[in-house]
Write a protein that binds this ligand. Structure first.
Ligand code: PLP
Length: 423
């Protein structure tokens, strides 16, 4: 058989490989330890922190999907990021994008500043002189996250990989937002791919996990050693669940993306919507690069609500099909307010500099019926419109200061210390 397509690799991950009983679906090996064949004769597996058959099936499947030599499974997406950083030391420089995931930014910043683990240079890859900025830093490692969160900005992976090669630098791409179904950074020249498998790869919002895929076997072996040494390998049950999620990755992604396109189309016609941020739109600044390097535009998008931020609460409370929650990539549609949720720990000035306005809303479009999703958004916009009209009718109450209800709504979505954890 010729090389199977991604949908086949994903659907058949671990299928019909059981040597004990011929089980079609692979068994879950929860064991922590393994019996030796005889004294001084260990078998293939000895201890599950180092190696586990269920985890290996997931690692192998992801390596095949990403076109890498080795796939390592970690307990969280953050530990996959931490693992990649073991390839650099105190004398080395790491270049990161200014708009990478907040949790990754926090990790890089604190390891550099508090632990002196490496030197850190932050670059805005959207600026025309990004390559000069990277060159000037003389990095040992370059970190790319594309599309970015929450504005879906695109970085040219191939151009960055070519530059990395001339600098003898390692290129790491966080591929969480698209999954291997929609983007394969190794084929574009990346050395390492990391994922939060919590998102599209598992796809059911019931597991937290991560993965690292290395292009070269030797780098993969080195990082496998570190994964065992640091103890960041993922649990067997999580790998089992994630394998089950992975088998439907391709059809799920198709459905997610189809729904997202319909939602984008709807949003663009709404008077209460300002700018829509989606790489599939022709006027998106990264559209051409996204079209060239991605196999689709994905199902993450953001938009500005064209109303005072006091109406955010009205909008969110009216929704029934979209759940107000952190995270993304599950089959259920989620909605989030980056300013008070995912990016809450950035101060107002930093949020503004990153382009995160007070009424920016991010959607992770799920696989429900698109008509239901659109109807849900439509009635939430109608609720905002009714609240705006109501306000216009009662000018005396409205003069100047906000009502108690509005103040409470504003408070709810402002920087809330309880929410200031980055997700
Ligand atoms: C792009 C990206 N990378 C890494 C992570 C970290 O993943 P996890 O939450 O599984 O540790 C996230 C989490 O949201 C993410 O969005």
């Amino acid at each position: 058989m010729s090389k199977p397509h991604s949908a086949t690799v994903a659907a058949r991950a671990g299928i019909a490989q059981d040597s004990a009983y011929g089980a079609v679906t692979p068994p879950l090996y929860l064991t922590s330890t393994y019996e030796l064949k005889a004294f001084k004769q260990p078998g293939k597996y000895d201890y599950s922190r180092s190696n586990n058959p269920t985890r290996d099936l997931l690692g192998d499947a992801l390596a095949e999907l990403e076109g890498g030599a080795k796939g390592l499974i970690t307990g969280t997406g953050m530990s996959a990021c931490l693992l990649a950083l073991q390839l650099i030391g105190p004398e080395d420089t790491l270049v990161i994008p200014h708009d990478c995931y907040g949790g990754s930014y926090r990790l890089f910043l604190n390891l550099a500043n508090r632990k002196k683990a490496f030197k850190l240079v932050v670059v805005n890859f959207q600026q025309t002189d990004w390559a000069d900025q990277v060159k000037a830093a003389q990095p040992k490692m370059i970190w790319v996250e594309t599309p970015s969160n929450p504005l879906l900005q695109i970085t040219d992976i191939k151009a960055t990989a070519e530059l990395a090669k001339t600098l003898n630098a390692i290129l790491v791409v966080d591929n969480t937002f698209l999954s291997p179904a929609l983007q394969n950074p190794i084929a574009l020249g990346a050395d390492i791919v990391v994922h939060s498998t919590t998102k599209f790869i598992n796809g059911h919002s019931d597991i937290v996990g991560g993965a690292l895929i290395a292009k070269d076997a030797a780098v993969g072996d080195e990082l496998k050693w570190w994964a065992n040494c640091l103890g960041v390998t993922g649990g067997a049950f999580d790998a089992y669940q994630t394998l089950r999620g992975l088998r439907t990755l391709l059809p799920r992604i198709k459905h997610h993306q189809h729904n997202a396109e319909l939602v984008v189309d709807f949003l663009q016609k709404q008077p209460l919507v300002g700018r829509v941020y989606y790489p599939g739109l022709k006027d998106h600044p990264g559209h051409a690069i996204a079209k060239a390097q991605q196999h689709g535009f994905g199902s993450m998008l953001s938009f500005d609500l064209a109303a005072d931020e006091a109406y955010l609460a009205v909008f969110f409370e009216a929704l029934q099909c979209f759940t107000l929650a952190q995270s993304l990539g599950g089959i259920e549609s989620l909605i989030c307010h980056p300013g008070s949720m995912t990016h809450a720990s950035l101060d107002a000035a930093t949020q503004k500099a990153a382009g995160i306005g007070p009424t920016l809303i991010r959607l992770s479009v799920g696989i429900e019926d698109a008509q239901d999703l659109i109807a849900d958004l439509a009635q939430a916009f109608a609720a905002v419109e009714a609240a705006v009209q109501q306000k216009a009718k009662t000018p005396s109450v409205r003069s100047g200061s906000a009502t108690a209800a509005e103040k409470s709504a504003q408070q709810q979505f402002r920087l809330n210390p309880a929410l200031s954890v980055l997700w």
